[in-house]
Structures are given as C-alpha cells and as structure tokens.
Write a protein that binds this ligand. Structure first.
Ligand code: ADP
Length: 461
C-alpha cells in the first residue's frame, strides 16, 4: 500500500466486504428473531389448507394433487407410519427427519420445523432447503394417516427474484468500486500537485501557482499552501535584500577606512589632512560598531520575543534619562526640549527595550531637527492604551518616504548626506520592539515643517 490512491481503494474494498458481512448477519438475526415465526405460521396455514382441500375429497389421487400443488411453488414430503415416504416438487438438499417427528405428526400434532430451525451465523434459515426446515401436518388418505411436510420452494418461488437480487448486488458492488476508482483520482490528484509544489519549495522555487477550483478542505489546503509559498518567497527576498544591504553597509566604511589608512602612509601629508583622515577613520569605525550592535539587537528581537519583560513603571523618569543622555547633541544644535508627561503615568513593558525606543526617537528628532528648533515629548492617557508623542521641527518627510522609514536599512537619501552615523536600522528596531509589546507606531510628517512619531502601548491589567 504505497500510494494514497491504492490505500483508499483497498480501504473501500475492505469496507464494502465488511459492510456486506455485517448487513448479512444483521438481516439473518432479524429473520431469526422476527420473521421466522411469521414464516412458520404462514406455512402452517398453507399446509392446513392444502390438507383440508384434499381431505374434503380424498378419492382424488394424492400424487396428482400434490404434484399440482408443487406448481404453485411448494415442495412436499409425504410419509406413512412405516417410514415409507415420497418427495414432491424440488428435492430437499438434506432429507433427514427423525422418526419421532414423523410419529408426532401422524399422532395429530403440527411440526413447526421452520420456527424451530436453529440459528446459524452464516446460514439463512429462510433459504435452507432441508426437510427439517418444514411444517409437518397430519393428512388422512382413505382412513390411513400420513405426515405431510411442506415448505415453500425457494428456487421456484424466488428463482428469478434471486437472480435479480444477486445481479443487483453484484452490479451495485461493481459500480461502487468503479466510482471509487474514478473519484479517488479527484481526491488524490491535488495532493500529488501539493507534493510536487512542496518539492519545488524545498528546491528554492517559491513562485508556485496551484490550480484550484475546489472549496473543500483540500481546496483550502491548496489556497493556504499558495499563501504560504508567497510569504516564504517574500521572506526569502527580504532575507536576500537584508544580506546584500548588510554586506554593502559593511563594505563602504571598510573601503573608506582602507583608503584613508593608505593615504596616511604618505610622508608629505599636512598635519591638518592627517587629523582629518584619522577623524574619518574613527567615524567609520564607530559606524561599523553601531551597525554591528544594531544587527545584534535585531537578531535578538527576532529570536527572543518571549523574553520581553512586562513591568509597570513611571515613564517620565525614563524619558528624563533619555533627555539627559542626549543633552550634548541637542544643546549643540540649540534645540529646546519640552516634556509634558505626568510623573504618575505608568506604562507596562520591558524598560530596557523601551529605553532603546525613546532613545532612537529622540536621536532622530535631534539629528533631523533644524538649528534652534524644538522637541516636544508628551503622553496622552487613553482608556486602553497610552500614546507617547515625539514632535520635532525638523526636515520632515514626504508621503512617499513615510511608507518605508520602518524598513530595515531604509534611509531617506537627503538625510544620508547630512550624517554619517545613519544606518537605517533605528526605526526598524523601534518598530520591532513596539510590536513585541503589542503596540503600534505611527508617524505624521510634512517636508520642512517637522514630524510627530506616536508610540501607542496597550495598558495591561
Ligand atoms: P537612521 O539611522 O538613518 O536614522 P532610522 O531607521 O532611524 O535610521 O530612520 C530612517 C530614516 O527615516 C532616516 O534616514 C530619516 O531619513 C528618516 N527619519 C527618521 N526620523 C526622522 C525625523 N524625526 N525627521 C525626519 N526624518 C526622519
């Protein structure tokens, strides 16, 4: 049983055979407990009538009389006290009947052989053509009492009916089997297609189009499979872009460091140039260090979602800490800071990770702000969540730029020329941390007017 196809067909055959056996046994039991006595009663009445009709005029030839009765679909065994008997009609397959029974009938009793026929699992008493399976009545022929055993001749009464039923049953089984053979193909085909598709995915081909016009479980499986392969394809594309971005981001500072360190070897270099080259090397190595730190943070966040703490703490203190840490940068640009957060306001989350979020937003608000601008940090307490706003008066962004700023390595080009410490990972990390807290981050921005980043964190009970 190697294939699903063969397995289903074999299973169907087994089911069909088992059902037939069970159906046979159940009807046999039904015959035994309900139909057998009715059948016996019916046969007793018929036998009595046959005897009565004959005894009304027993001058008739009994042989002719019984032979004419066999044409109506009965079979008989007529026997006298001495045990001399003769069969009429179809012969019995089993002809044994005890002498006691014969004597009992001759003595005037009725023999209910059909009702007394023993229960056998695989033999239907109804069709059992045995002398024991008859009704016996006394019959008087010109003063001498005989025993007349009678039963319906199944071959005569049900001959055509039997062929009809057998034909019906055989054709039923045959056609059911053929139908199963054909319909199984419809079940197995899509699974075979799915298996082929799985192999393609394993080989790295994610662009799979599965033909599917079914709406059942297999149809849904195929739909979900297509969705899964699409999403795997996108993840793979993202992974490739990420790797090439990482390589590029590492390669450019390294090239720059190599170039400037070679230039430093030249002997006739002015002190001013030497110190300029060294400052570039220092900046580039800082950028590399920042990049590797951010990449480590991202990989930690991607793989340790369950390690996010859920502590309730006052956010104002943390924001004040961030303002203090970045004091040197905002003072240098003469930026005014306003903090509108109530000292009692508590948020729930991982303080270390959320510190990173505020620091990233604050660094950007300073970095992309204008000289002498301002930064407003405020918190709004809603029913189910708390919003923290970071509003700056910086360079702002266009609609088109806004859609990508949370992507890894995305840097708005103009901004890139302004600063060498950009990596394009800050907001990607920020968004990831907020998602791990089941929160959201949104941004509103206008070119040359400024931006507002809104972090929305759910309140926990
Ligand atoms: P970066 O290290 O370049 O700041 P981020 O992921 O933090 O990386 O930001 C992505 C890009 O979004 C930045 O390059 C910048 O162009 C833009 N951006 C982020 N914050 C602001 C802001 N407050 N004002 C204007 N542009 C911003």
């Amino acid at each position: 049983m190697k294939t699903l196809y063969v397995r289903i067909i074999v299973m169907t055959m087994v089911i069909m055979v088992c059902s037939s056996i069970i159906a046979f046994i159940v009807s046999n039991v039904y015959y035994h407990y309900y139909l057998k006595t009715e059948n016996d009663q019916k046969m007793t009445n018929i036998a009595r009538n046959i005897v009565d009709v004959y005894e009304e005029n027993d001058d008739r030839n009994i042989q002719q009389y019984l032979n004419s009765m066999t044409d109506l679909g009965y079979q008989f065994y007529l026997v006298n006290e001495a045990g001399e008997g003769k069969m009429y009609g179809d012969s019995f397959r089993e002809t044994y009947i005890s002498e006691d029974v014969i004597q009992m009938v001759i003595d005037g009793h009725i023999y209910h052989g059909i009702a007394e026929y023993p229960w056998k699992l695989f033999v239907t008493g109804f069709f059992s053509n045995e002398l024991k399976n008859t009704v016996g009545t006394p019959l008087t022929i010109q003063g001498e009492t005989y025993a007349l055993f009678a039963r319906q001749s199944t071959s005569q009464q049900f001959g055509e009916m039997r062929i009809f039923l057998v034909l019906l049953l055989v054709l039923l089984l045959l056609f059911s089997f053929l139908m199963v053979l054909i319909s199984t193909r419809f079940i197995v085909k899509p699974i075979q297609r799915l298996t082929e598709a799985t192999k393609k995915i394993a080989a790295g081909n994610y662009h799979i189009k599965l033909k599917n016009n079914r709406h059942d479980e297999i149809g849904r499986l195929a739909d979900h499979f297509s969705m899964m392969s699409d999403s795997l394809g996108k993840t793979e594309e993202k992974r490739q872009t990420f790797v090439s971005n990482v390589s590029h981001e590492i390669q450019s500072p390294l090239t720059s460091i190599q170039g400037f360190s070679q230039a430093l070897r030249e002997e006739e270099l002015s002190e001013g140039d030497r110190s300029y080259y060294l400052s570039i090397i220092e900046k580039e190595s800082r950028r590399l260090s920042l990049l590797s730190k951010q990449l480590l943070t991202l990989s930690f966040l991607d793989g340790h979602a369950e390690q996010v703490d859920q502590l309730a703490y006052q956010v104002r203190d943390q924001l004040k800490e961030v303002i203090a840490t970045t004091k040197w940068s905002w003072r240098e640009k003469d930026i005014a800071i306003e903090l509108n957060v109530s000292p009692d306001l508590e948020i729930t989350g991982d303080p270390k990770l959320l510190h990173q979020v505020w620091l990233n937003l604050m660094t950007n608000a300073i970095r992309y702000n204008k000289e002498g601008g301002s930064i407003v940090i405020e918190a709004v307490d809603h029913d189910k969540h708390i919003d923290i706003h970071f509003t700056d008066e910086g360079i702002g962004m266009d609609e088109a730029e806004l859609t990508n700023i949370f992507d890894r390595f995305y840097i708005v080009d103009k901004a890139r020329t302004r600063t060498k410490t950009s990596t394009g990972l800050g907001l990607a990390i920020t968004k990831k941390i907020i998602e791990l807290h089941k929160g959201t981050i949104m941004v509103e921005s206008k070119r040359d007017q400024g931006s507002t980043f809104v972090v929305s964190l759910p309140k926990h009970a």
